[in-house]
Design a binder for this molecule. Structure first.
Ligand SMILES: *Cc1c(COP(=O)(O)O)cnc(C)c1O
Length: 391
């Protein structure tokens, strides 16, 4: 009888996590050790020699995340940016990166301010426009770097089409899957070469750890990335790996609730007279709603919206919520509210912000898994508090 492949929820709890062989502990221990006694000269036990290179807790976490992403290989890093920086070592001086124009601010900063120094140039295009993207490729383009949905405008890019465009150009397709997680979107199955994660967000899920990861099915890419993971050394400690692995066990449950809550709140916002526009891929009015329905298995927990009354109203609103904490970051169990122009996207030049639509009235929500009625009441009272003062 052919063995049935295990489903996502089961892999999250079992992949890489057999009971510990000595005591039978059902939870992978935190192997808080830097080195490993060898059996004899040149004979490490189980392949472990030094914890920058490999550590049992990290290996369990990498195995689990690879299983969830449908990847042959997984590599863990100290942060999402450490994963991004290590991935950039697939490139060499003279290469060019073509990047989604609405990427995570730290990614923009890394490619423009760090990689430029090493002779790798990056150009930014709207990757949701396939024709524009195709025309922007040159014979120097070695990597297409895509985020979908984007942050904070929640634009979508067609990954299957972009994989074809990248393949024709001999470029890698790297996809930042932080917003969707492997539960809602599988870029490798759609043709991506590398998936990038900030594990700080939904994978960890509890706003208590910073981490990152790279996943791939390509053995040659893996060898290069694995070499650089060890050579550069931006690796997570065992406790951080353990925390993210604990988060992964409930990823499916949490994402279902994030999606339900966000969808309901996006409808509340869309119907509210104080709101000019809502960006949420689950709304039929979203320009990429049809693509969202086929490419993703859910619409995610992130919403951005434009409040009427500009900065003054936005400031009142973000300072009036009680359950939605005013904070950067996203993807935790608790709901967060933030103002991209002043907070997460302040490092973008003002003209770039304007071109992307990140106005002074734009607000971003990371919708948590609290009770929907409570979240709804909180958002409504804050919207009312943000009404322009009547004279
Ligand atoms: C947070 C984030 C990153 C960077 O990850 P860190 O863990 O903060 O280094 C990259 N991409 C996206 C989409 C993010 O939200």
């Amino acid at each position: 009888m052919a063995e049935q492949p295990l489903s996502f929820e089961t892999l999250a709890i079992h992949a890489g996590q057999d009971p510990e062989p000595v005591t039978g502990a059902v939870v992978v221990p935190i192997y808080q050790t830097s080195t490993y006694a060898q059996e004899g000269l040149g004979k490490p036990r189980q392949g472990f020699e030094y914890s920058r290179t490999d550590n049992p807790t990290r290996r369990a976490y990498e195995t689990c995340l690879a299983a969830l992403e449908g990847a042959r290989h997984g590599l863990a890093f100290a942060s999402g940016m450490a994963a991004t920086a290590t991935c950039a070592h697939l490139l060499r001086a003279g290469d060019e990166v073509l990047c989604s124009d609405d990427v995570y601010g730290g990614t923009f900063r890394f490619f423009t301010r760090v990689m430029e120094k090493f002779g790798v140039t990056t150009r930014y295009v709207d990757t949701s426009d396939l024709e524009v993207t195709r025309r922007a490729l040159t014979d120097r383009t070695r990597m297409l770097w895509v985020e979908t949905p984007t942050n904070p405008m929640l634009k979508l890019s067609d990954l299957t089409a972009l994989a074809g465009i990248a393949r024709d150009a001999g470029a890698y397709l790297a996809v930042d899957n932080t917003f969707m997680t492997p539960y809602l979107q599988s870029p490798l199955k759609l043709g991506a070469d590398v998936v990038v994660h900030s594990a700080t967000k939904y994978l960890g899920g509890h706003s208590d750890v910073v981490g990152g990861a790279l996943l791939t099915n390509n053995d040659a890419i893996y060898e290069t990335l694995k070499f650089h993971q060890n050579a550069i050394g931006a690796v997570p400690g065992p406790f951080d790996c353990w925390l993210v692995m604990r988060g992964l066990k409930t990823l499916a449950l949490r994402m279902d609730r994030h999606c339900q809550n966000a969808h309901a709140l996006s409808e509340l916002l869309a119907a509210h007279p104080q709101v000019a526009q809502v960006h949420y891929p689950g709304l039929p009015a979203h320009p990429h709603h049809l693509l969202a329905r086929t490419q993703m298995r859910g619409f995610g927990g992130m919403i951005s919206f434009e409040v009427k009354g500009g900065l003054e109203s936005a400031r009142k609103l973000v300072q009036s919520t009680r359950l939605f904490f005013l904070a950067e970051s996203l993807g935790g169990v608790e709901s967060l509210i933030e103002h991209p122009a002043i907070m997460t996207h302040a490092s973008l030049p003002p003209e770039r912000r304007a071109a992307l639509g990140i106005s002074d009235g734009l607000i971003r929500l990371s919708v948590g898994i609290e009770n929907l009625t409570d979240l709804r009441a909180d958002l409504e009272q804050a919207l009312n508090a943000a009404l322009p003062s009547r004279v």
